[in-house]
Design a protein around this ligand. Structure first.
Ligand code: ADP
Length: 333
């Protein structure tokens, strides 16, 4: 597992806040639990802020104790609820948020979420005298500067479990299945799922998709006596409406493809052991970085280490792994 940093404590903190924002991901609760218990062990009070940045703006928070985070490590979603809050993009609203934190005696904030959440965290840290730490948590694993993010492993395994079942039917009925997986505009989830399920094809936004070429490849495979069944993994962000258009084109070629859109099933569910441990390590490390005087950073997984990555270097940048994209393409039949 990950090598934890051991920063020395130089800052004294009376109270910190924690929120979850943006798309929920399995493991958020494990991160909250680790953060709360680590902080309490250091004599720091913890406030759980409800519904992300909107709860911060409306002063919707409650004290968290050790018992508040009992029996949540195995639960998907987030006990703090999550939300999207357009208003937080306005600097005036962030000033209001900083005021809410100060009024409650909260000196530092940990923001658990994806790229958007980390962007909000960065601006809050830049504009106000509040220490802010980001914890990367998204099933898309599309955050620049960290190899891993909480929830990704679980989502890959959830999609994989579904596709393994779909493949049984695909084989029995000698049919093609187009399985659409999440990932917004990133192909990381689809790439990992495509490799792990042995997909016949994986279509991702990072690689050009040519529907005509796909249809003729599949037709020629069928002529050669193989390719009658199979799984094509389609990233939701590959192209708008791609799954349906591809299915239509395949029908014109005599195939009878079936579409399965996995959708939100990939977000929920019990976090994998990997995500529980990663979230526990990151949640605890966020508190330790706050005590070490850090702010405006994200707890990042790089290789086997957890490190402090400046948020300014992360936000607005796209993460890519061309070698992995090449691999999934090479493994096509
Ligand atoms: P995720 O964190 O999963 O990427 P979103 O992109 O929806 O999800 O972002 C979550 C929230 O983060 C937004 O609703 C908003 O409150 C905040 N946020 C996103 N982008 C910005 C920004 N540019 N400035 C300030 N806050 C932002």
């Amino acid at each position: 597992m990950y090598q934890l940093p051991s920063p020395s404590a130089i800052r004294s903190l009376d109270a910190i806040g924690v929120l979850t924002s943006g798309g929920d991901a399995p493991g958020m609760n494990a991160a909250i639990r680790a953060l709360v218990r680590t902080a309490l062990n250091q004599g720091i009070k913890v406030y759980g802020i409800h519904r992300g940045y909107s709860g911060l703006l409306s002063d919707d928070m409650r004290r968290l104790y050790s018992g508040s985070v009992s029996n949540i490590i195995q639960r998907g979603g987030t006990i703090l609820k999550s939300n999207r809050c357009e208003a937080f993009k306005d600097p005036l609203m962030r000033s209001q948020a900083a005021e809410v934190l100060k009024t409650n005696g909260i000196q530092a904030l940990v923001c658990i979420g994806g790229d958007g959440t980390l962007t909000g965290a960065h601006w809050l840290a830049c504009e106000h005298d509040i220490a802010v730490i980001g914890v990367p948590c998204t099933i898309d694993n599309d955050i620049h500067g960290t190899d891993d993010s909480i929830g990704f492993d679980t989502a890959v395994n959830t999609a994989l479990g579904a596709i393994d079942r779909i493949r049984d039917t695909a084989l029995s009925h000698e049919r093609l299945f187009l399985v659409e997986v999440m990932g917004r505009d990133s192909g990381f989830l689809a790439t990992q799922v495509g490799i792990a399920c042995g997909a016949e094809m994986t279509l991702i936004p990072e690689r050009k998709v040519d529907i005509g070429a796909i249809a003729s490849t599949l037709a020629s495979a069928r002529r050669k006596g193989h390719g009658s069944s199979g799984i094509i993994v389609v990233a939701e962000g590959a192209e708008p409406g791609l799954t349906v258009r591809l299915a239509d084109r395949l029908r014109q070629c005599g195939e009878e493809p079936r579409i399965c859109i996995l959708g939100h099933i990939q977000r929920g569910g019990s976090p994998s052991a990997h995500d529980r441990v990663l979230a526990s390590c990151m949640g605890a490390t966020a508190v330790n970085y706050l005590l070490a005087g850090s702010s405006d950073i994200m707890v990042a997984a790089v290789g086997r280490d957890l490190i402090a990555a400046p948020l300014a270097d992360i936000i607005g940048r796209r993460k890519h792994d061309p070698r992995l994209y090449d691999l999934v393409m090479q493994l096509h039949k």
